[in-house]
Design a protein around this ligand. Structure first.
Ligand code: AVJ
Length: 319
């Protein structure tokens, strides 16, 4: 399997931007799923967000993995099959891979083929002895048979970055159940989860002074113009992100600055002044809350690592 090339998509409709936008704009309140942020420019903007002083999750999680990676790898089993969901540019992955043995297998799973190829190449150069089995797939629809492995090798999903925060708690339980089905009995899950913290710090993280988060949010409108031929004036929308304490989540919205209409094909979507498109939820969980959620999906919390200030948790769970 060494240096295998990415598996081509089985289902070309799996990422249907047009029908998602159409359906999302028909809803009340209007919404578009956050996975559509990540075209090439959006992914670049996300990388910029991660470098801002306000956005603490990336550097905090990196610090945790750097300090405790050896202990994590010991719990995973050094010769496991490590399946990274939504691997993207896989910046933090070496912090785990460097502690695995040559018998381990690394399976990056990502929807974006160029990302997958580049990151696999980079990691294979860093760890020439490690087998890599890149898989181009939407990890929400990953079939259990997709990953080849030895029957006695433990399969561990690696899901960093608090990406699970984009799911509602109900969806998170479903995703955690499907991860359980994927890895099977004896399997494990290493997952990064952003923690609850003072509201000012949360709000600042999603309203960075450099404006990268605003650009990231507004890029969704540019994508709609460029890829779907949507007729709209992006300057008449504003970025709005705030912590919703009731739900324990950051909400991101695109707020209409005036009465206006977005046209998409033959369809018109009128906006009142102040009406929003809800573009993202980012849920924050205490370690206790996340343990309860995981338990509902059949997982047992084995260990939690965090930074000194308790901003971010990395959990290891087993079935
Ligand atoms: C990649 C989903 C974890 O929720 O913090 C960053 C995305 N949105 N700034 C997050 C994001 C705005 C990020 N996740």
């Amino acid at each position: 399997m060494r240096n295998a090339s990415p598996t081509p998509a089985r289902n070309p409709e799996e990422d249907d931007f047009l029908s998602s936008v159409r359906e999302g704009l028909r809803q009340r309140p209007k919404s578009i799923a956050p996975k559509y942020f990540y075209d090439a420019h959006g992914s670049h903007l996300f990388d910029l967000i991660c470098t801002t002083p306000e956005y603490y999750p990336t550097r905090t999680e990196t610090g945790i993995l750097d300090r405790h990676g050896a202990e994590m790898a010991a719990m995973l089993g050094a010769s496991c099959v490590l399946i990274e969901l939504g691997s993207g540019s896989a910046i933090k992955t070496p912090l785990i891979l460097r502690h695995l043995s040559d018998n381990a297998v690394y399976v990056p799973v990502d929807i974006c083929e160029p990302h997958l190829r580049q990151s696999t190449q980079r990691l294979q150069a860093m760890f020439p002895a490690l087998s890599m089995q890149p898989l181009r797939a939407d990890y929400h629809r990953l079939p259990a048979y997709a990953i080849k492995h030895h029957a006695r090798q433990r399969q561990v999903v690696y899901f960093p970055g608090s990406t699970i925060g984009n799911c509602t708690p109900q969806e998170a339980v479903q995703l955690l159940k499907s991860i359980a089905d994927l890895v099977g009995p004896g399997g494990g899950l290493l997952i990064g989860v952003d923690a609850k913290k003072p509201i000012e710090m949360l709000n600042a993280a999603y309203n960075d002074a450099a404006g990268h988060t605003a650009a990231f949010n507004l890029n969704l409108l540019t994508r709609m113009q460029n890829e779907l031929g949507a007729q709209l004036d992006a300057t008449q929308f504003a970025h709005h992100a705030y912590y919703n304490e009731t739900h324990g989540r950051i909400e991101m919205h695109l707020v209409s600055r005036c009465r206006q209409t977005i046209r998409l094909g033959t369809e018109s979507f009128p906006f009142a002044e102040g009406e929003t498109i809800h573009t993202e939820n980012s849920y924050k969980y205490t370690a206790h809350e996340f343990r309860q959620l995981a338990r509902m999906a059949g997982w047992h919390l084995k260990s939690t690592w965090h930074d000194e200030d308790g901003l971010f948790n990395v959990h290891y769970l087993s079935l």
